[in-house]
Design a protein around this ligand. Structure first.
Ligand SMILES: Cc1cc2nc3c(=O)[nH]c(=O)nc-3n(C[C@H](O)[C@H](O)[C@H](O)COP(=O)(O)O)c2cc1C
Length: 216
């Protein structure tokens, strides 16, 4: 791995902003988009459980239907790509078994050898107090993927706008997510900023570093 420089990192972070107006005529090249999908998949999650699904909404009719349920934000229809970040209906025993089987497959180990890990996860996620708020917990994981996606995009020169200004229930209905076993939490538009987007040049509003980072 060749690390980027600190200057490159901060330049990308400063360049990134929540894009309000996308240039609808520009499309992210397929190879770049594939890398961004990989970055979603590579996002870390607690126990590695990946309690999420990423719906890439390409169909323009669907995106037009989503827009009125997204505070009419133009990013929904104008950005090159739109990803809906969703959590599973359940994080239950079959879900855990699927994950354990995947570990065994990828790492070439037996399921029996994962017994300790299995018991630890099951006693926490399934039988423990976490199960009572497991969807909220899954949503927290989802936001890690969202952040990872936006930073990865910025490093590749791709603009994004995270979008919580939407009606999750309407999204679920329009995209048919409950039937697939998922529920909408947040979305992210990705593409290229429109030249006219005045937000691109506004100074970033952040509290002083001394207000946010304390060395104790
Ligand atoms: C989870 C989340 C949801 C957001 N939802 C919206 C949204 O619906 N529409 C929008 O224009 N910006 C949205 N934003 C963007 C924030 O307003 C923006 O990130 C913040 O003001 C900081 O500005 P910057 O990202 O341009 O640095 C959202 C940001 C986050 C992290």
């Amino acid at each position: 791995m060749n690390p980027i420089t600190t200057d490159q990192l901060l330049a990308a972070q400063t360049w990134r902003y929540a894009t309000k107006q996308f240039d609808a005529s520009q499309t992210i090249p397929s190879a770049v988009w594939q890398a961004l999908e990989e970055s979603l998949i590579l996002s870390p999650s607690s126990y590695g459980l990946q309690p999420w699904q990423f719906f890439v909404v390409a169909n323009p009719d669907l995106r037009a239907k989503l827009r009125p349920h997204s505070w009419n934000q133009s990013q929904i229809t104008d950005a090159s790509h739109l990803v809906v970040f969703a959590i599973p209906e359940k994080v239950d025993v079959p879900y855990m078994e699927k994950y354990l089987a995947r570990i065994a497959e990828v790492r070439g180990v037996t399921l029996e050898s994962l017994g300790f890990y299995r018991d630890m996860m099951m006693s926490d996620v399934i039988a423990g107090p976490r199960q009572a708020w497991v969807r909220e917990w899954a949503a927290r994981q989802l936001y890690i993927a969202l952040g990872n996606f936006m930073t990865s995009a910025a490093l590749l020169g791709i603009d994004t706008c995270p979008l919580e200004g939407l009606d999750p229930a309407k999204y679920d209905e329009i995209l048919g997510l409950p039937a697939k076993g998922f529920h909408t939490v947040v979305a992210c538009a990705a593409g290229y900023r429109a030249e006219a987007d005045k937000y691109a040049t506004l100074p970033k509003v952040r509290f002083e570093k001394s207000d946010l980072v304390r060395h104790i």
